[in-house]
Design a protein around this ligand. Structure first.
Ligand SMILES: Cc1cc2nc3c(=O)[nH]c(=O)nc-3n(C[C@H](O)[C@H](O)[C@H](O)COP(=O)(O)OP(=O)(O)OC[C@H]3O[C@@H](n4cnc5c(N)ncnc54)[C@H](O)[C@@H]3O)c2cc1C
Length: 382
């Protein structure tokens, strides 16, 4: 049986960064990277942005060309899914029945789009957005009209990109304003105006009662019909493998410390599937951001190579809605005050909790964005 020094399950940014950081930090052991998708690790953020607007060669999305893995001694197993984890024997079984023994197993399995628990919510012809194939399918299906369900960053970005393609777009959301739960009402009002300027018809505060491939039923009986329906209702972490193996989960994610080690010896977790402790925040944080997937992988890879590292940065993400880019840094687990400064074309929102700065959102105010991590980490008064 093969014995991998580092077996990475999941070829997203977190898995890729783990392998890269391990090698960069001098790790010389055997590395195996299992990728369930038919691609090497690639960038997801463009899927709702320019790739949805205008397709280009998928190779341009790849984080590294396939030759990089060979050059760095990383055995890349494309189209190979782990189906069982035995943390006692330290063996992972793949979907072709191969058993891979490991010294350390890094779970980097990411997440899948969540279904809406309404009649028709499990219809396989509904569109979702996580993979290259999802973006291609949505672009093809939404010939002239689309309904987007959900006003998180995936829903807002996809609605804007489809509108820029000339597609007639309606967006239905329970929220009174887009992204209000995460970013507050002031930012929500501005995002709503950006979407409306692009021609997106907003159905705010609208509960979805039923879904089908080409229609959405709202509470009160209204029905929105379109060529395609995109459900962007959040994500569900792929923690089933860990859960079935008895690895401790919290909030549906693998609970890890600030070095990315779980409580099961030799099992680590990184990226969207992990609930990691942030050393500066002093608590575990849910993050579903590209940059944090890379940071988690960096921390795990270095520790695996014997170089101490902890996850201690203030998490953040960028989101591009049409031609507008938002930049955000925050602990992300709540605020009781949001203060807007500026106007629709350039603004900063500062978020406070119990009188301390816990987050900053900017649009065209890069100085505020650059200063944000230090100020948030220091817990400046607000
Ligand atoms: C369309 C889109 C746009 C986004 N835009 C932004 C953005 O602008 N800014 C931002 O900060 N974040 C953005 N995100 C979020 C960001 O992409 C994620 O936070 C990030 O991809 C998480 O990385 P990950 O490696 O943890 O998981 P993933 O990227 O989900 O990768 C996990 C991989 O593991 C594979 N896998 C799962 N189970 C198994 C198994 N059992 N065996 C083998 N492989 C397995 C999956 O198929 C997948 O390929 C976006 C996400 C999407 C979907």
């Amino acid at each position: 049986m093969t014995v991998a020094d580092v077996l990475i399950v999941g070829g997203g940014p977190a898995g890729h960064a783990t392998a890269r950081a391990y090698r960069d930090a001098g790790g010389e052991g055997e590395v195996v990277l299992l990728c369930a998708e038919p691609h090497p690790p690639y960038r997801r953020p463009p899927l709702t942005k320019h790739y949805l607007r205008e397709p280009f060669a998928v190779e341009e999305l790849y984080l590294r060309p396939p030759s990089w893995y060979e050059d760095h001694g990383v055995r890349l197993c494309i189209g190979r899914r782990a189906v069982r984890l035995d943390p006692v024997e330290r063996v992972v079984t793949t979907d072709d029945g191969t058993a891979v023994a490991y010294r350390n197993c890094v779970l980097a399995t990411g997440a899948e789009p969540a279904e809406l628990p309404v009649p028709g919510g499990d219809d396989p012809t509904l569109r979702v957005m996580r993979r290259i194939e999802h973006a291609d399918a949505l672009r093809d299906a939404a010939a002239s009209s689309a309904v987007v369900v959900g006003s998180g960053f995936i829903g807002c970005e996809a609605a804007a990109s489809l509108a820029l393609r000339g597609v007639e777009v309606s967006l239905a959301t329970m929220e009174e304003l887009p992204q209000a739960a995460r970013l507050g009402p002031d930012a929500g009002r501005i995002i709503a105006s950006w979407l409306e300027d692009l021609g997106v018809r907003l159905h705010l505060g609208s509960e979805v009662r039923g879904l089908a491939a080409r229609s959405v039923e709202l509470a009160g009986g209204a029905e929105l019909g379109a060529d395609a329906v995109l459900v962007a209702a959040g994500i569900r972490p792929n923690s089933g493998l860990a859960g079935a193996a008895g690895v401790v989960l919290d909030e549906g994610r693998v609970k890890v410390d600030q070095t990315m080690r779980s409580e099961a010896p030799g099992v680590w977790a990184v990226g969207d599937v992990a609930l990691a402790r942030n050393a500066t925040a002093g608590r575990h944080l849910v993050v579903e951001h590209w940059g944090e997937a890379l940071n988690h992988g960096e921390v795990a890879g270095r520790n695996l190579a014997g170089v101490e590292a902890v996850w201690d940065g203030v998490p953040g993400f960028w989101s591009t809605i049409g031609r507008r880019t938002l930049k955000y840094r925050a602990w992300g687990d709540g605020f009781d005050r949001a203060h807007l400064e500026g106007d629709d074309d350039a603004f900063t929102v500062r978020y406070g909790l119990r009188g301390r700065l816990v987050g900053v959102l900017t649009h065209n105010r890069d100085d505020d964005y650059e200063e944000a991590p230090e100020r948030i980490a220091a817990g400046e008064p607000l």
